[in-house]
Design a protein. Structure first.
Length: 184
């Protein structure tokens, strides 16, 4: 089963994934970008660059996604795979659903997540959480940009008709964890 955690930066995805690790010791935990050796290098390039052309960024994410699919998703298709981001983020950050969908499906060999855990946040919470950390090149694009990406995340999961649990990121870590366990 391929389960993905989606949401904009600082929404709580990684925190919830960490809580699952001791409960699912045999699961494969991964992330995009960076879930493969090549992906880790691509992640460094993207998050560390301030002048990356949007098309270059898109194709670097696709390269990571294709390698991640070949190295992690396909070889473990009979296992539980928990991913921090997926093609859903790839499409959302491209902000061009039709073209980005086609390219991302190609990179993923038409494999879609079985379940999606999607976090929704608001401007106030986002501002607070971004203020508590050093921000990478994507987070530095600002709150309005990230909230626009969040809208795309919801649109894409709806468009793909994926089984999705929508969570309010302002709820307590414990309350969110219980809802996730019930969904899985």
């Amino acid at each position: 089963m391929y389960i993905v955690f989606e949401g904009i930066d600082t929404c709580g995805k990684s925190t919830q994934i960490e809580l699952l690790k001791p409960l699912l010791p045999n699961a494969i935990f991964t992330k995009e970008p960076g879930g493969s050796f090549l992906g880790a290098k691509i992640r460094e390039m993207i998050l560390g660059s301030k002048n990356l052309d949007s098309k270059t960024e898109f194709f670097l994410f696709l390269a990571d996604r294709a390698q991640h699919c070949a190295e992690v998703i396909i070889p473990n298709k009979n296992e539980i795979i928990i991913a921090d981001r997926s093609l859903i983020s790839g499409i959302a950050y491209a902000k061009n659903i039709q073209n980005a969908l086609e390219y991302n499906l190609f990179a993923m060999q038409n494999i879609l997540p079985d379940k999606v855990v999607l976090f929704k946040t608001n401007a106030e919470l986002l501002k607070k959480r971004l203020g508590n950390k050093s921000n990478d090149s994507i987070e530095q694009r600002g709150i309005d940009y990230l909230l626009e990406i969040q809208d795309y995340l919801f649109e894409i999961t709806h468009h793909l008709k994926l089984q999705t649990l929508i969570l309010d990121a302002s709820e307590s870590i414990e309350a969110l964890h219980k809802k996730i366990l019930a969904f899985l």
